[in-house]
Design a protein around this ligand. Sequence first.
Ligand code: FE2
Ligand code: FE2
Length: 311
Amino acid sequence: MRIVVISDTHISTSASPDYKKRWVNWMLVGQAADISRRLVQDVNTLRPDLVLHAGDITDNGDDDSFRTAAEIFGKLEAPFRFTVGAHDTYNPGARDRLAAAFGYRDFSAASATFDLPNWRVALLDSSWWLKKDGSEHPALDWDEYGKGKYLGVVVPRQEVERLSTELRANSQTDIILVTHHRMAKRCEADYTGMFYPEATSKSNLTPFDTCFKNSEEILKVIGDYDNVKMVFSGDAHMNELIQQDDKLFCTVAGACVYPMEYRVIDIADDHVSVAKRPFPDSSYIQESFAGNEWPMGRERDSSLSFNVRRK
Ligand SMILES: [Fe+2]
Ligand SMILES: [Fe+2]
């Protein structure tokens, strides 16, 4: 069985073709739709059994970009499932509109847990917005954001409950978890040079700032289940592989920004191999590169193989 995991395509139909956004390197937002079309062609040559998207499908969470994304990923020959990223939630009602673009009744139908041979895949929504008063909101309110009302993103209470229920009911099946943001304590990479002071006012961000705020809680929930074997995340636009507590935590690079790599997971019986694959057109990669190699990750973030220990 082969699973491809892509992330952070940041498709935008409103951005002009030469629009780039500095986030460590240059995100080619204006060309993101073209990049994703090319990505789909490349993924199809690998003949995967499933393609997962770890979120930030679009850059602004608008209907036109949702429809374009659905048209682009509709060309995948394998089944396609996705989780939602913070960028997809920039407008009220975004989740259901995203789901509708992909032909689902609503977001709960789009994000339902599903089965593969010997495995189960759970899509966890880490892209709700947590305010300093403790309230959780499905979409970003830009006025409130401007007033500094938010602490960050969070897996909302009902989603924590959904995950707990799911894990309790399926403790005998190996589980793959997909969530947009990474979890605290799993960010081991050297973050020196992550943010260029001249490129962003957020140069004092720490790795923890880019994780969802209740990740300690989620780590505790999944820590009770050794059948949770793999966790895939995006958001950081970087490569990272961490094995801890008999689980693999894999961060998938961004599709529209250097190094433009994605993940290919091959599973045969109890053997799992995780590799990365570069985007097939190097001119985009060169255009995106602004001198920061850091998102490529360390050598050990490239690939690994392991055997799944089954009860
Ligand atoms: Fe992103
Ligand atoms: Fe993100």
